[in-house]
Design a protein around this ligand. Sequence first.
Ligand code: BDR
Ligand code: CA
Length: 319
Amino acid sequence: MKHKVIYDTDPGIDDAMALVFEALHPDIELLGVTSVFGNAAIETTTRNALYLTSRFAPGVPVARGAAGPLGGNAPTPLPAIHGDDGLGNIEPHLPDGCRADERAASRFIVDTVKAHPGEVTLIAVGPMTNLALALDEEPALASLVKQVIVMGGAFGIGGVMGNVTPAAEANMHGDAQAADRVFGAGWPIVIVGLDVTQRTVMSTDYLAHLRDTGGEPGRFVWDISRHYEVFHRASEGVAGIYVHDALAVAYLLAPQYFQTRNGPVRVLTEGIAAGHTIQKPEGMPVPAPDWDARPACTVCVDVDSDAVLALYRRTLCPI
Ligand code: BDR
Ligand code: CA
């Protein structure tokens, strides 16, 4: 049976690469895409979600989500990373008549999960605001979702603590309060953080292979990743790009490629380390009430990067 997926996203170049992966993989049924602010303003990420579905997943609904974090204002986007248009400056144009679902993203999530109780996986790769709002709208939501897979956070493995501040990963920093709520909701949740996403790099040669053998999707991934690659080279000294959001999709398809550990996770919501994620390992013998009262989350601590890269390549270049 196919995995039924709602993709909550802030496209974003790596978000778009993950959406292409979801749209093309035969084991995924994309029930909808929900947009959220993050890599660009909500108007831009929603437009991009519509553009991406119109090109690669026609007929899949898009619902517009939060413009800013819970109780906060929309942040200033960072065009240096994802471009002025959020897609590496390819200047996407929507086909005529292409518009978002009338429902807000949180309502769309609640309605869709209720229509398929116990079957839907939420893959969330932007700030967690839509998920937190959906939990508020429907208290039973956590018990109706099959699984939540989040790209976000960093747990210090190999020294990785953050990317937008020394202490915080971008999606957690975008709405730390929402993330802390989502990690405490008591649904089956897997966190795919920088600890594994920064260990998985698509090199220029790898991306060129997608361009040359992956048809229209492969050429698209090449085009949008030009800007991202320049950013990675300049800021991280990386010859290629980190595979952030597509790694959450890879977890859904091939969890055996990942090593994980369990334990409750908290997100710091204030101060200079806001957005910092901390897991109390299960079995740690010291009482810690702020952690112990919370459900366990699964955190990815290692990944077979070559296997993930091969899976992505096989999906775009099946021959
Ligand atoms: C995450 O932040 C965004 O810039 C990316 O799309 C990814 O979801 C990586 O920290
Ligand atoms: Ca993202």
